[in-house]
Design a protein. Structure first.
Length: 544
């Protein structure tokens, strides 16, 4: 069979025709909106929410609107003055964000859902990489994002450097046993970490938690530096835990279900878990400040809807299975078990936390990241946590009966029956104070000086609100008289009263008078005697 052949001139003409068709098609696509450009700025677009947005690197992701959601393209998302009642939001796969999904009916606002009844649309994107979600927030492709306060402190300098003002008007939940530190059974205190092999997921809440404990300890700075500088960094909490169970490390910062797994093994235990702290790891939602200020009613409705969904937290479980891949195939029993690891914050909790504890945690976490060479911005603390959006809901929630408070339900009180057990328990964390007293009395020599010294201890006590606090008074004397024991206990009682005056429950505190039986230096100089005139404060984890 003879093949048809084009002449050279015909070939050239055909090429020109094809090129013309391609160029014309592109122009038509741009004009009609079928093809969108990013103008050199938008490397984030929104993909369909049928599947979680996967992220294993620091490259930017694109987020596209779900077909069932109200359309909100990149240009609209960037228009903070928009009145279309739409919020584009990112959260990660954490059970504590369940009520956002439940109020929405899924990743997009479903007919009959709480948000639908409020007349608002919420497009939710699951982004597990904070680099990607923060990039999207900075560029205006999303309006808000869910972060822990720990992670927010880590990202703060990034937001400030990009001139992106943010606000956190809502604390959604706090970790209630979902995060912790697992260790070999022989490791019982923070001091035992000095020569241990410690693994953490890099830049995670677990890393921040371990560094926070080390920084709060009375270890010499050289030992603190040794621990922090020798941390073994992993990509994920899963990898960290697997290295621990394989015997490659002695300690791991991780989360559930690996905490329970360690507890059930004979040669390991939970050194610490957030079941003993309602403050150390708390999650919330931040918004671009320009978006929130332009849409205050929208933000308040978003918060209101999530608060109303609290009753669905451990009941409406199918929405979790369809929205977060980590729940696919899990039984109701397993999911309910996970909801216990994240306790929800009510309206009342938020008014208290945003005005006080959130700022304390944020500043603590800024110190943590700074201590390991990262940049954090403390200067935004006073403007970061805004209660005005909660205030708009005061009439609705102030007098309501709530079922869930952030008061730690795992707290153990000191009683006559357990006092000796408490005294015999090894302290997880010990700090020594050199508060000075008037000679032969239990009165502070300088009240303002004592306050400055003890405020740091009170801050730790508030963070570890499920721990027992043991206060031991000591005097500078070689005479082990009964009077010396009485005086040292009276001084410990004075410190206890300062704790109570600053909001620490008295039933969490046990006092001890050591007299002069526990000197740390010979009483041969005023300098050494001052070292022995000290108050030791220990934080102990007691099983119920």
């Amino acid at each position: 069979m003879n093949r048809f052949k084009l002449t050279k001139t015909a070939k050239i003409l055909l090429v020109f025709i094809i090129v013309a068709l391609i160029v014309g098609g592109i122009a038509l696509g741009l004009k009609t909106g079928v093809i969108k450009t990013d103008n050199g700025t938008d490397d984030i677009s929104v993909t369909d929410n049928d599947n979680v947005v996967k992220s294993n690197s620091n490259t930017d992701v694109n987020i596209a609107d779900n077909d069932t959601a109200s359309k909100n393209n990149t240009e609209t998302a960037k228009n903070t003055n928009s009145s279309n009642n739409t919020i584009n939001l990112s959260i990660d796969e954490w059970v504590g964000y369940a009520t956002i999904l439940q109020a929405n009916g899924g990743l997009t606002t479903q007919p009959g859902s709480i948000y639908d009844k409020f007349g608002i649309n919420v497009n939710i994107n699951i982004i597990n990489d904070a680099t990607q979600s923060s990039n999207a927030l900075i560029k205006g492709d999303i309006d808000g994002a869910g972060y822990t306060i720990n992670r927010l402190a880590f990202l703060s300098n990034k937001f400030t450097s990009s001139d992106t003002k943010i606000t956190m008007p809502y604390i959604t939940n706090y970790s209630n046993g979902g995060d912790g530190i697992i260790a070999l059974s022989s490791i019982k205190t923070i001091d035992d970490l000095v020569n241990a092999k410690i693994g953490v997921p890099q830049f995670s809440e677990s890393q921040a938690m371990i560094v926070w404990f080390v920084n709060q300890s009375d270890l010499p700075q050289s030992d603190k530096d040794k621990i922090i500088n020798n941390l073994i960094l992993f990509e994920t909490a899963d990898e960290t835990a697997k290295a621990f169970f394989a015997g490659q490390i002695d300690v791991a910062g991780t989360w559930q279900p690996y905490l329970t797994q360690a507890e059930n093994m004979t040669d390991s235990h939970i050194l610490f878990s957030t079941a003993n702290s309602t403050k150390l790891i708390m999650s919330g939602v931040i918004f671009r400040d320009d978006f929130a200020k332009s849409n205050p009613e929208l933000v308040s409705k978003f918060i209101d809807g999530t608060l109303q969904a609290i009753d669905s937290y451990d009941k409406d479980l199918e929405v979790l299975r369809t929205s977060m891949p980590m729940f696919n195939g899990m039984s109701d029993e397993d999911i309910v078990g996970m909801t216990a690891d994240a306790a929800l914050a009510t309206w009342k909790n938020n008014m208290e936390i945003l005005n006080d504890d959130a700022k304390t945690i944020y500043n603590n976490m800024c110190d943590v990241w700074t201590s390991i060479g990262e940049n954090s911005d403390k200067t935004i603390t006073d403007t970061l946590f805004d209660t005005s959006y909660m205030e708009a809901l005061r009439d609705k929630y102030e007098t309501s009966v709530v079922k869930d408070e952030t008061a730690n339900t795992n707290k153990v009180s000191v009683t006559k029956q357990n006092e000796q057990e408490i005294l015999n328990t090894t302290a997880l964390l010990t700090k020594s104070s050199s508060v000075r007293f008037i000679a032969n009395t239990a009165k502070f020599l300088d009240t303002s000086e004592a306050s400055a010294e003890l405020d740091d201890f009170v801050s730790v006590a508030k963070m570890l609100d499920g721990a027992i606090i043991q206060i031991e008074g000591n005097i500078a004397s070689d005479n082990d008289s009964e009077d010396g024991v009485v005086l040292s206990k009276q001084r410990a009682e004075t410190v206890k009263q300062y704790f109570v005056m600053n909001g620490i429950d008295a039933d969490r505190i046990v006092v001890v008078g050591n007299g002069g039986t526990k000197p740390i230096a010979p009483n041969d100089s005023e300098e050494n005697m001052q070292k022995n005139r000290r108050t030791d404060v220990s934080f102990k984890i007691i099983e119920q």
